[in-house]
Design a binder for this molecule. Structure first.
Ligand code: MG
Ligand code: ZN
Length: 224
């Protein structure tokens, strides 16, 4: 017997729990976002910057996925964001059962927007659905404009792309057009937001898109 059927079995078990997670999020009226990126692209920084720009009264919660430690969760908690830390103990991605175990700690308090910070990794996080509604891929200019060419699966899975650290693009000879062409090769329609969590540029447009996505999901649920 080959290994392929085993992999399929693991993925279908994951997908079944992802479907349960989606139902729990829908029942709570929450939009879930799977935040994926390589280590250091600025996932936590973007979550913090987003939190600061959300309208008053919109309830944000975060699930923090890391191999070890709780540095990012502490940062978010210090900013007043309800957060649950998941340590994967070496695992290089979050899976649906991990997210399921975190939801009861957050959803009962009321969550309008749930940002799930995946483990820093541009490969397998795209293959394990969590039950979230939106796949956000965060790239950054110091990583280079070749990332979409090297990790097409991740960029193909994106519903939206944030290109962070735009303020230092020139230092790294970052070619915006080459990056965009690479994304478009595998993903014809995901919007690409060029932004900087350090300077704040581009963040208002990103947050406006996120809020529109939440409204659209709320309307979709209401209609049926
Ligand atoms: Mg982080
Ligand atoms: Zn993995």
């Amino acid at each position: 017997m080959t290994k392929i059927p085993v992999v399929q079995q693991i993925l279908s078990a994951n997908d079944a729990i992802a479907t349960e997670n989606r139902a729990a999020l829908d029942a709570a009226g929450s939009l879930g976002v799977n935040v994926m990126a390589s280590p250091g692209a600025g996932k936590t920084s973007l979550i913090l910057a987003t939190a600061r720009r959300l309208p008053a009264g919109l309830r944000l919660a975060v699930i923090e996925g890391d191999v070890a430690g709780r540095i990012d969760a502490d940062t978010l908690a210090a900013a007043g964001v309800p957060v649950v830390q998941i340590n994967t103990g070496g695992g290089c991605h979050l899976d649906a059962p991990m997210v399921r175990s975190a939801l009861p700690h957050l959803l009962p308090d009321g969550v309008d927007l749930l940002l799930v910070e995946n483990v820093g990794n541009l490969i397998c996080p795209a293959e394990f659905s969590l039950g979230t509604h939106v796949n956000l891929v965060v790239a950054s200019t110091p990583e280079g404009h070749d990332k979409p060419y090297k990790y097409p699966g991740m960029f193909a899975a994106a519903d939206v792309v944030a290109l962070n650290k735009a303020d230092v693009a020139a230092v790294f000879d970052f070619d915006f057009e080459a990056f965009q062409r690479g994304v478009r090769m595998v993903n014809p329609q995901a919007p690409i937001f060029v932004l900087s969590c350090r300077t704040g540029e581009g963040l208002d447009a990103w947050v406006a898109w996120l809020l529109a996505a939440r409204r659209a999901e709320t309307l979709r649920r209401a209609s049926g």
